[in-house]
Structure formats: C-alpha cells, structure tokens
Design a protein around this ligand. Sequence first.
Ligand code: ZN
Length: 192
Amino acid sequence: MTGQMLLEAPKYSERIRFDFDGEKSLYFADRRRFGEVVFSEDWEKEPEIAALGVEATHRDLSGEYLRTAFRGRSAPVHSILLSQKYVSGLGNIYVTEALFAAGIRPTKPCGRIADDKLEALSKSIRQVISQSIEHRGYSMSTYVDALGKKGRSQLFSKAYGKEGLPCPRCKTLFKRVVLGGRGVVFCKSCQR
Ligand SMILES: [Zn+2]
C-alpha cells in the first residue's frame, strides 16, 4: 500500500519512530493508515506471518519447491503467486515481470506447468526482485525508498504497463486480461 519506512523524518504522518543508540532513527509513515506494527515474543507464530509462503528471495524458493506447492492445483499461476500463500512478497508488477521472463502465461493452471518452466520461474522471481532493489523499487504512484527518493525500476519493466506495445523478444503486441480483479499483461506468443 502507501506506507513508508524512512531514514529521514517524514514531512507528515509519522506514526512510529525507532531510535538506534540515539544516533539514527527509522520512521514509519503511513498517511492512509493501512499499516500495522506488532510487537511479538514469537513473531513466526503470529497468524499473519505463519500464513505466508517462502520469502521471494529465500534460497528455499526452487523449481522443486514450486512443483510441490502447485501440485494438483488448478488456480491460474498469476493468482496463486499474488495470494502470498506459497511465495510471499510479490505484487502484481513482480509477478507480471517474473512470468514474462520465465515464458509462462499468467492464466496457466499452476499445477500444469512443466518442471523446466518452474525452475525458470524460481530464478526469474529472484532476478526481478534483485533488479528492482538495484533500481530502488517501482515508483508507479507514491512509493519512495528509505531515503525518500523515487525508484527507477518502472523505467526497466519489460511487460508490466506495456499493453498494446510490442514484446521486446518477439514484437507481438502485449495483451491484457483481468485475473482476480487485477489487470495482467502478457505476450501471447512468448508466454504459453
Ligand atoms: Zn513475445
């Protein structure tokens, strides 16, 4: 959503300030008040945390892990990745980019994806996240990084937001479908 973690005092809507040794502070600003901070003795057992799948950048995210998680399931792979249940930390932009990089159609039933494609997907998820960290995140609307600067990843997206434009790999025009209420862009010839 629109909350921010900042190293400099926000101009408005500071909700929590974490002080480190009286030197530096980290601020949680959240104008729309969707965010929540929970203090916990045993954070892994908090129900919101326990319900999450493996972290998108974690080394446990492999083709084999996805194969086991998706086995026998018919939900579209795009929706299952957005659900956070098997892989956590991915929003619409990252899922769109990772599926494009792996050549998988977003509507494909996740239990019917070939093993080599699942292997490619596990790699492309990690790749889109690390590329985005390098470019300091996507600033489609209000996102800023910890220094209050806008990210530049949106300048490097290959599929997200490219409906009607030519695919950089094969020049077919990108299509858009609506899946679970979200607009999803894909190339119908590269993504099968
Ligand atoms: Zn293409």
